[in-house]
Design a protein around this ligand. Structure first.
Ligand code: ZN
Length: 199
């Protein structure tokens, strides 16, 4: 189910939407990835994790580290396939940290997993936490990569789906009068007054 067929699997479950979307960056795009439409299917997630684990295994990871919230289930299942622990980074007062007694040390070889990577900000936060604990990151594994990103370690991407976006003032879909959809919780969190306008 990989390559073209992973895209089909995502599309079939509503994880890959075509339309006219306002991204969290404010730019407009004709494609939106609703990652929880695939993360909510354990059987599909397992197949994805098997592929990530197979491709990450040569790097010898001893622990999987992901970012809350979306990365938690993917990290857990990938670690299950590798036979390692799974821990996650979360924010405390806006700062990414390990909580809940999770530990990392110089003996750890960490595989970072993330569902969708665009600018790579959340992966970099996890890499910083790993480095701050003196551990070594050996690879990054992602389901979907939306643009080229460099993390300083080998990156495994199961699917490359380059994001095409436009400034609202220069958007061909706006120009043709297509109604705009505003998906994604981040937009709603920042603009709760607009909640009723959202689909
Ligand atoms: Zn537009």
């Amino acid at each position: 189910m990989f390559g073209e067929t992973l895209a089909d699997a995502l599309a079939a479950r509503g994880a890959l939407l075509d339309g006219h979307f306002r991204l969290s960056s404010g730019r407009h795009s004709d494609r939106f990835i609703q990652k929880f439409r695939v993360l909510e299917y354990p059987v599909i997630l397992e197949q994805i994790a098997v592929e990530l684990a197979d491709r990450a295994e040569p790097y010898g990871p001893t622990i999987v580290v992901s970012a809350a919230v979306g990365g938690i289930v993917l990290g857990y299942e990938t670690a299950r396939q590798l036979g390692t622990k799974a821990i996650f980074v979360e924010k405390e007062d806006g700062v990414p940290v390990l909580r809940r007694g999770f530990a990392l040390g110089p003996e750890d070889r960490a595989l970072v997993v993330e569902d969708v990577v665009t600018t790579g900000g959340s992966v970099r936060e996890v890499l910083d936490v790993i480095a701050a604990h003196g551990a070594q990151a050996v690879a990054v594994g992602v389901i979907v990569r939306r643009q080229p990103v460099e993390f300083g370690v080998p990156t495994i991407a199961l699917l490359d789906l380059p994001v095409v976006s436009h400034d609202p003032t220069d958007c061909p879909q706006c120009a043709s009068g297509e109604p705009l959809t505003e998906p994604g919780s981040r937009f709603l969190l920042r603009h709760p007054e607009r909640r009723r306008e959202a689909p």
